[in-house]
Design a protein around this ligand. Structure first.
Ligand SMILES: Nc1ncnc2c1ncn2[C@@H]1O[C@H](COP(=O)(O)OP(=O)(O)O)[C@@H](O)[C@H]1O
Ligand SMILES: [Mg+2]
Length: 462
């Protein structure tokens, strides 16, 4: 089939018949009010306590002038509590700390005891984050968005990409992306323009001089920032570290098999979301090295285990992957060249192994079901549309790329291909159209068209 040729493939799902129930974000994110608006909302002071973990806090105005409907996830009280802990910590002067190695504004968020519990990435500290959303939307339409740096990505929506990666991960039961949601936080340690800091100083001065008037302001006085909040995972190291170690000290066979399954999940995720930034510094590995537990008179002794050890006698060690830094995914078109944004895992020896039966059984029943794929797109729509710069046309293009990736992946899994063979497949988009049928009863149908990208991706081992 030649490049650019259009092939109708999947026809006639009556979208009206489908029940669409989505709870991914909770209603709390539906609000459209800006950080600036929120900072003007009158506040009353309160003393936070650690034993008020945010279950029933409608009556307790939060720090930072946050609308109390934010940062609450009725379907996920554990996550709500975690963000609550971060808010209490900030209110007690334990501020998020900027991650030094980060390329953009990323912060380690702590709980009241100072323990790191999350990674927060404010939208307006992403590259080009300071641009007016309306202006960027206008620019998207007028010129090609690739003027804004990384081609083929919608700028300034990295925080949504982070949360969306977690959504895809959860829907496919991959369990490799630490839980990530969109929240609002305020902290003195965030990067604020001078004008915001001046306003905050003025508010604090008023608070000191006229406590009654000051009650109208939040304690910090700075506007809250919207961004992605990702659970911090303990005990993990950059993949680069462990991959180097595995080169000189190969994993025991059973561990290598476990690692292979985790690795395949990373491939599935990255391929579907078309991650353009999966270097080996953007995924983490946790490896609790094996230890043999043997009893002796003094109690328990730990010994080094080798490949020859009977693994039934030892505590089976764990090896797990965490896919972090998913902010540069969900492109609205395929990168012009595969080489520009390769999946770096494709160079690993694990990528040459055909996908396992376990991975096929995990994802094929879902990915092969067009209702599942449509649900996924609908859930992503709910997430993405909350951004002020949301553009329906660009979103549909993002979904066309994603459906194309899913189509390729499904085929690769069915054909028993390896990740390397997967990334060699020609890039495809699957475009959706809503059509009306002219019969006795007029009804709406979804039709999908498969289209190959002009330039085939090109892979080499250099
Ligand atoms: N969820 C997480 N759990 C544990 N460590 C993390 C997590 N997210 C990021 N890190 C650590 O912070 C570093 C920078 O985070 P990253 O998400 O890559 O930010 P940036 O977008 O600035 O590159 C990572 O290399 C990793 O060491
Ligand atoms: Mg990174």
């Amino acid at each position: 089939m030649s490049a650019g040729e259009a092939v109708p493939i999947l026809v006639s799902t009556n979208s009206d018949d489908r029940v669409l129930v989505h709870s991914v974000l909770g209603q709390s994110l539906a609000s459209d009010s800006s950080a600036e608006d929120i900072s003007l909302v009158p506040e009353v002071a309160f003393e936070p306590t650690l034993d008020s973990p945010g279950i029933n806090r409608e009556s307790q105005p939060l720090l930072g002038g946050l609308d109390v409907s934010y940062n609450q996830f009725p379907d996920d009280p554990t996550f709500s509590d975690l963000v609550w802990q971060a808010e209490v910590a900030i209110d007690n002067g334990i501020f998020p700390e900027r991650i030094s190695q980060g390329s953009s504004g990323s912060y380690f968020v702590k709980n009241p005891t100072g323990k790191i519990i999350g990674v927060f990435k404010p939208k307006d500290e992403e590259p080009y984050g300071r641009l007016n959303p309306k202006w960027t939307k206008w620019m998207h339409k007028l010129c090609c968005p690739c003027c804004f740096g990384r081609s083929c990505l919608i700028p300034n929506q990295g925080y949504l990409s982070e949360a969306a990666a977690n959504l895809v991960d959860a829907k496919l039961n991959l369990h490799i992306v630490p839980k990530t949601k969109v929240v609002k936080l305020v902290s003195e340690t965030f990067n604020y323009p001078r004008i915001d800091r001046q306003k905050a100083r003025m508010k604090r001065a008023i608070m000191e001089q006229f406590p009654n008037v000051g009650l109208r302001f939040n304690r910090i006085g700075l506007p809250p920032k919207i961004g992605s909040f990702q659970l911090f995972v303990d005990g993990y190291k950059d993949a680069d570290y462990w991959l180097r170690r595995f080169e000189v000290e190969p994993l025991p066979t059973r561990m290598a098999q476990k690692f292979q399954l985790q690795f395949e999940r990373l491939v599935v995720l990255d391929y579907i979301i078309r991650n353009t930034d999966r270097g080996n510094d953007n995924w983490l590995i946790k490896y609790d090295q094996p230890s043999i537990v043997s009893n002796n008179v003094n109690g328990i002794t730990q010994m080094e285990a080798t490949d020859t050890v009977d693994w039934n006698l030892v505590q089976l060690p764990e090896i797990t992957i965490a896919a972090i830094d998913n902010g540069l995914a969900f492109p609205y078109k395929h990168p012009d060249s595969w080489r520009a944004y390769p999946y770096h895992w494709a160079w690993l020896p694990q990528a040459k192994v055909p996908f396992s039966r376990e991975t096929r059984e995990l994802v094929l029943p879902l990915l092969g079901d067009m209702n599942f794929v449509q649900d996924l797109c609908d859930d992503l729509h709910l997430l993405f549309k909350q951004d002020k710069g949301f553009d329906r046309g660009l979103f549909e293009r993002q979904m066309s790329v994603m459906r194309g990736q899913i189509l390729n992946l499904t085929q690769a899994l069915k054909d028993g291909k390896s990740p390397v063979q997967l990334v060699q497949m020609p890039a495809v988009v699957v475009e959706k159209r809503v059509e009306k049928s002219q019969g006795q009863h007029t009804s709406r149908f979804l039709s999908f068209t498969q289209r190959f990208q002009d330039k085939s991706p090109f892979f080499s081992w250099c």
